[in-house]
Ligand binder design. Structure first.
Ligand code: TXA
Ligand code: MG
Length: 316
C-alpha cells in the first residue's frame, strides 16, 4: 500500500518524473479536463490496490481506465458500433464508455471489480495526454478525493484530501470542465446513461439520433452511483430562493445578487460546472449549513443537478 509521508507537487515540466513514478508502481494525481484523477498503472494489481486504499474506496466500485486513443481503447474492450461513433465524435473528452473486456486485456482484475466490462476514457487535458504518452500504458484513475467526498478540481483540493497518501500531484491549475465525464453503457446497440457528466444527453442524442436510455438500476449498474456522494460535512438544501440567516447561500444567475457565493453570477451553465466543486469546498470550509439556488436542467445543468442532489442526500 502507498504510505508516503510527503506528497510532491509537480509542475507541467515534470511529466517525465510523474511517468517514472507510475512505472515504479506509485500513485500520481493528474489534472484532466473534468476533475483531477488519482492515477496508477491499470495493469499492476498493487498499484490498483493502492488506489482503493488511498481513497478508502469500496472494492466493488470499479475504476475508469484512461488511454491515449480509440485504438488503445479497442485493445481492452470490444466497442459496439454506437460506442465507436461516440468515441470518434467526443474523444478526447468528457465521455466514458463501458464495454465488454477482450480476452487477454492484461488489466488488473480489481480495476473492473471483477465485472466482465471495463469503463474507458481518452482525456483531453494536455497534461493528462502528455502523461499517458510518456507512460505508454493504461492508467486507472478515479477522481482524486476520499471516497464519498467532494471531487477535486485543483491541486489544493487533491492535497486537502490525499496529502501523505500518494506520491505526487501534477499541478495543471483548475479543471476546465469541472464535473466528471458522462458514463454510457450499452445493451446491444442501445446506449444507457449511467452517469450524467461533461457531455450532455442532448449532445449524445445529436450523434446517435436517439436519446440514451435513462439508467433504471436493473441490468447495467454503475456501482459508484451511491446516493450520498460528493458530500460536504455541512447540511445542504437545494432549490433555495430565500435562504435562512444561518445558511451560506450559493447563487446561480443575476436573481441571486445577495448570495455569499455564486456558481455563475451571469447564469452560465458551463461556468457553473467549472466552479461547482470549488464552491462546495469553499462553502464547506465555512462550517455552516449550505443553501443552493435552482439550476436549470438543460445541457450540463443535468450533471450539476445530479451532483447537487447527491451532495444533499441523507448520510448514513
Ligand atoms: O471525469 C471522470 O470520469 C473522472 C476523471 C478522473 O477521469 N473520473 C471519475 O472516476 O469520475 P470515479 O471513479 O470517481 O467514477 C467512476 C465511475 C464510478 O461510478 C464507477 O462505478 C463507474 O465509473 N464504473 C467504472 N467501471 C464500470 C463498469 N465496468 N460498469 C459500470 N460502471 C463502471
Ligand atoms: Mg468520484
Amino acid at each position: 500500500m502507498e504510505n508516503h509521508t510527503e506528497t510532491a507537487t509537480l509542475s507541467p515540466q515534470d511529466v517525465a518524473r510523474a511517468a517514472q513514478l507510475l512505472r515504479a508502481g506509485h500513485l500520481v494525481a493528474m489534472p484532466t479536463e473534468t476533475v483531477y484523477g488519482l492515477a496508477g498503472d491499470a495493469r499492476k494489481a498493487d498499484s490498483v490496490a493502492a488506489i482503493f486504499a488511498a481513497k478508502g474506496r469500496p472494492a466493488h466500485n470499479p475504476l475508469i481506465v484512461h488511454v491515449d486513443s480509440l485504438e488503445a481503447a479497442e485493445r481492452f474492450a470490444a466497442l459496439p458500433n454506437p460506442a465507436r461513433k461516440l468515441a470518434q465524435t467526443f474523444w478526447p473528452g468528457a465521455l466514458t464508455l463501458v464495454a465488454p473486456l477482450r480476452n487477454g486485456h492484461g488489466l488488473a482484475q480489481a480495476v473492473t471489480a471483477g465485472l466482465p466490462t471495463v469503463a474507458l476514457r481518452v482525456p483531453a487535458h494536455p497534461l493528462a495526454r502528455a502523461l499517458l504518452a510518456e507512460f505508454g500504458g493504461p492508467v486507472a484513475a478515479p477522481s482524486a478525493n476520499q471516497s464519498g467526498r467532494i471531487s477535486p478540481t485543483n491541486a489544493a483540493h487533491v492535497m486537502a484530501g490525499l496529502a501523505g497518501r500518494i506520491a505526487a500531484v501534477l499541478d495543471g491549475g483548475p479543471c476546465p470542465v469541472g464535473v466528471e465525464s458522462t458514463i454510457l453503457g450499452f445493451e446491444g446497440d442501445e446506449a444507457v446513461l449511467l452517469r450524467e457528466g461533461g457531455i450532455s444527453a442532448e449532445q449524445i442524442a445529436a450523434v446517435l439520433g436517439d436519446w440514451p436510455r435513462a439508467h433504471t438500476g436493473t441490468k447495467i449498474t454503475a456501482p459508484g452511483q451511491m446516493l450520498s456522494h460528493y458530500a460536504p460535512a455541512a447540511q445542504v438544501r437545494l432549490d433555495v430562493t430565500a435562504p435562512r440567516d444561518d445558511e451560506i447561500w450559493i447563487g446561480f444567475g443575476p436573481d441571486c445578487a445577495g448570495a455569499a457565493l455564486s456558481l455563475s453570477p451571469s447564469g452560465d451553465l458551463d461556468e457553473a460546472a467549472r466552479t461547482l466543486f470549488a464552491t462546495l469546498h469553499q462553502a464547506d470550509a465555512m462550517r455552516r449549513p449550505i443553501a443552493i439556488a435552482p439550476v436549470p436542467e438543460r445541457g450540463v445543468g443535468a450533471a450539476i443537478n445530479d451532483r447537487l442532489r447527491r451532495a444533499a442526500a441523507p448520510r448514513d
